[in-house]
Design a protein around this ligand. Structure first.
Ligand SMILES: *Cc1c(COP(=O)(O)O)cnc(C)c1O
Length: 476
């Protein structure tokens, strides 16, 4: 668009914005099994009003807006207590799991620069199931990710393999509680012991699990210790905008003590402008996400979260049992909370996802790796629990439909992909292949199975190059 010469009316503008959503997935129906965490109308409305009431306040300077300091310390303290940190534990609010993770890695890197100056090429040890945010942090911060395979039955990393990956350049160990992909918890206690015996920092990614698992424990579910009660855990990330049901833009990064956290904070007086002191990545930041998080924690209270979590766990159990009973489908591992994935040895699950898509469901495909089959992921949340029976019924029917269809020619696709890889510019050659399958612009093809199968066949490095090119073309 062009900036209009003369401004438009409020009604016209708001109507236009609403209209932009017409092709979006209808998350309000509860048929989208990822991306959105919906606490229900009343809590969402309180969050919305709280968010708007702090839209304009700026977290850049707590001396001008002490309200922002109050919001941040209140929310951080509440989450630290839930994760059983003692009075020395500290934390900051960030814009999301990715920022929390980037900061935990930066803190480890900068602490090592001071305390282990002999390390010139820092490394962090990551299970294969660690979130991509760690790879992004590694890329941004020049820390080498050292990947550790997982157990192909449980999808948890083995502590002894983490230990074997440690060397004189290691600055940080990482584990998940739980991992996003299969929703299982790594052996946090054992890895904590390894961190202690090697004098290493250990970050637990509890972005999805921090709140949900802690309330599950309070409800009496068996939950292994994954928080500050585990010796050796030095930092934890927990997202409020996932199973805290807060508005997007809010996560907490926590440290066992200020001695570690100080390496996160950045100050700069070397310019002609104002004195800058930033504990997190952003400088100017809206109070909206913090106020939204503060509001929903207070509105739901422990009782409200426990009610939601109980109902989400019951729905998850029903879904897992139901999927296990569908011939040809199997749930991967033993999911610890309300996230899991399932695979099939009999049909191509990407075709199943397409078939479900025709009925208005969105189920996320995950690519295969040497230790995981191609699979579909489901995250259950309050906004989807009423759809469990409907989802199971459609899954059963769609399995039969997919069985009746010609299977995707995986071998043929893999041959085409191999041919593209022989060309001088494999990512570009693959781009042509993808375009011929309909992957151009923003209109995604309704048949994603072919695309997913092709992407899955690509070596990771080429696949990443192709995806970068694709986004480079997609946006202005
Ligand atoms: C979502 C998620 C992240 C990244 O969080 P964002 O808020 O999307 O930046 C990191 N780790 C895990 C386990 C996650 O599920």
């Amino acid at each position: 668009m062009n900036i209009p010469e003369i401004g438009k009316s409020k009604d016209e503008i708001l109507a236009a914005l609403q209209a932009f959503k017409s092709n979006d997935m209808d998350w309000k129906s509860g048929r989208v099994w990822c991306y959105v965490y919906n606490p229900g109308e009343d809590p969402a409305e309180v969050t919305r009003q709280a968010y708007l009431s702090f839209l304009t306040e700026n977290g850049l300077d707590p001396s001008v807006f002490p309200s922002m300091l109050k919001l941040e310390t209140d929310v951080a303290r509440a989450v630290i207590r839930l994760l059983r940190g003692d009075e020395h534990a500290v934390g900051h609010l960030t814009t999301g799991g990715t920022e929390s993770i980037i900061l935990a890695v930066k803190t480890a890197r900068d602490m090592a620069r001071v305390e282990k100056p002999h390390i010139t090429q820092p490394e962090m040890v990551l299970p294969r199931t660690a979130h991509a945010a760690f790879h992004k942090a590694a890329h941004y911060l020049c820390v080498k990710p050292v990947l550790v395979d997982i157990d192909p039955e449980t999808f948890r990393v083995r502590a002894e393999e983490m230990a074997s990956a440690v060397n004189e350049n290691t600055i940080l160990l990482v584990a998940s509680a739980p991992s996003y992909s299969q929703g299982v918890i790594d052996p946090i206690g054992e890895i904590g012991a390894i961190a202690q015996s090697h004098g290493l920092l250990f970050h637990v990614d509890a972005c999805v699990g921090g709140l949900h698992l802690s309330f599950m424990r309070k409800l009496g579910y068996p939950v292994p210790d994954f928080d500050f009660t585990v010796p050796g855990v030095t930092s934890i990330s927990t997202d409020l905008h996932k199973y805290g049901y807060a508005a997007k833009g809010c996560s907490v990064v926590m440290y066992r003590s200020k001695d570690i956290r100080k390496y996160q904070i950045f100050a700069c007086t070397d310019t002609t402008a104002y004195t800058l002191i930033n504990p997190t990545v952003l400088s100017s930041k809206s109070g909206g996400p913090m106020a939204g998080a503060w509001a929903i924690l207070n509105f739901l209270g422990e009782e409200g979260y426990m009610r939601i979590i109980q109902e989400v766990q019951q729905a998850t159990q029903k879904l897992i049992t139901g999927i296990r009973a569908i011939p040809g489908l199997r749930v991967l591992g033993e999911p610890a909370m309300c996230m899991f994935s399932f695979a099939s040895d009999e049909v191509n699950v990407y075709q199943l996802a397409d078939e479900m898509g025709r009925r208005g469901w969105y189920i996320q495909g995950q690519f295969s790796t040497p230790l995981t089959p191609r699979n579909l992921h489901i995250s259950v949340n309050h906004g989807t629990v009423h759809n469990v029976d409907a989802l199971l019924q459609d899954l059963r029917q769609c399995m039969e439909i997919v069985r009746g269809k010609p299977p995707l020619d995986s071998a043929g696709i893999r041959a085409m992909v191999s041919a593209a890889l022989q060309s001088p510019d494999p990512a570009a050659a693959f781009g042509q292949l993808a375009a011929s399958a309909g992957l151009v612009g923003t209109d995604l093809p309704t048949e994603m199975a072919f695309i997913n199968e092709s992407l899955d066949a690509l070596p990771d490095e080429i696949c990443n190059m192709f995806l970068v090119n694709y986004f480079n073309d997609l946006y202005v």
